[in-house]
Design a protein around this ligand. Structure first.
Ligand code: RIB
Length: 313
């Protein structure tokens, strides 16, 4: 499919990113390096990645009626995404994420969902009138909305892609329709299965445990600096990441799964989609902040040429 329309049903947050050489322990104060207010939210990061990579990206989300909501909407209006299904909740604050980024690029995030938790089943039903070719979800919105979205996608016969963050033990994965790709990171895998995916064998074990909870054609575990692990129920493949200086890992997972979705929808080739996602994920960690770090198709092309990567664009 040349230009698939991908409906992202997920979260929108304002991120407060605080950069520090060390995360304080309880009772300690450390002086940080700098901070910034940056458009983020797992869903917005994915929707913008799809658009920057040349996809037809429709974003269904909920903002609060406040200055952060206004700032985010202004930003989305210039981001190339279809904003028709972003609505406002007059009684809730816009979602906010507090992100601590250490010098090595690692992050710790607390999310205050606010309006994200008001994204309703009927909001999603409306968004399906855009006739999407695929559905993309995170779990940063109400459980019933996620479940209903998978049912709408099943009814329309379109594939479902789930980036499984944030994970909670209680999330009823069993109630979701069958998905095309289910993609948690290491921490999320451990929360859902109790298995720490440290080795390929442990990754297989984790995927088998996931398969007992949610049926997917492919399971793709994002392993951070170790790359990604692909499992199709029979065979597995480890995909190595590219060598870049890590500045900030925020949004790398969102960008990875969005890129995977787009390339899979275009080519139908899951291995190629994972390789493309690895390139996009590597580029994302090399810049600071959520939305500012999401690469464009031109940046991906330049990276492939400069690093002599064997990937035909
Ligand atoms: O995945 C990164 C994102 O998680 C941040 O942008 C933050 O808003 C949270 O949703």
């Amino acid at each position: 499919m040349l230009n698939p329309r991908i409906l992202v049903v997920s979260s929108a947050n304002m991120d407060v990113a605080a950069y520090t050489y060390r995360t304080p322990v309880a009772g300690q104060t450390v002086i940080g390096d700098t901070y910034d207010f940056i458009p983020g939210g797992k869903g917005a990061n994915a929707a913008i990645t799809l658009s920057r990579l040349g996809g037809d990206s429709v974003f269904c989300a909920k903002l609060g009626h406040d200055p952060n909501g206004t700032a985010l909407m202004k930003f989305y209006d210039t981001s190339g995404i279809d904003t028709r299904f972003i609505s406002l909740d007059r009684n809730e604050k816009t979602g906010l994420a507090i992100i601590i980024v250490e010098t090595n690029g690692n992050n710790r995030i607390i999310v205050y969902p606010g309006a994200n938790f008001k994204l309703s089943v009927s909001n999603v039903e409306d968004a399906f009138t855009c006739y999407p070719d695929a559905l993309f979800l995170h779990l940063e919105i109400p459980v019933e909305t996620v479940i209903a979205a998978t049912q709408f996608a099943k009814d329309q016969g379109i594939p479902i892609f789930i980036d499984a963050g944030p994970a909670t033990k209680e999330f009823p994965l069993e109630e979701l329709a069958v998905v095309e790709v289910f993609s948690p990171n290491e921490t999320e895998t451990q929360v859902f299965t109790g298995v720490n995916p440290t080795t390929p064998e442990m990754c297989v074990k984790a995927c088998m445990a996931l398969a007992n909870r949610i049926k997917a054609k492919y399971y793709v575990i994002k392993l951070g600096e170790r790359g990604a692990f692909l499992y199709d129920g029979k065979f597995y493949k480890m995909l190595a990441p590219y060598d870049v200086d890590v500045v900030d890992t925020t949004a790398a997972g969102d960008a990875f799964t969005a890129a995977l979705t787009l390339e899979y929808m275009r080519s139908g080739d899951i291995k190629r989609a994972c390789e493309y996602a690895n390139i996009v994920g590597s580029l994302t960690v090399s810049k600071a902040g959520a939305s500012p770090s999401l690469p464009t198709a031109a940046e991906v092309k330049r990276f492939v040429i400069e690093n002599e990567i064997n990937f035909k664009l």
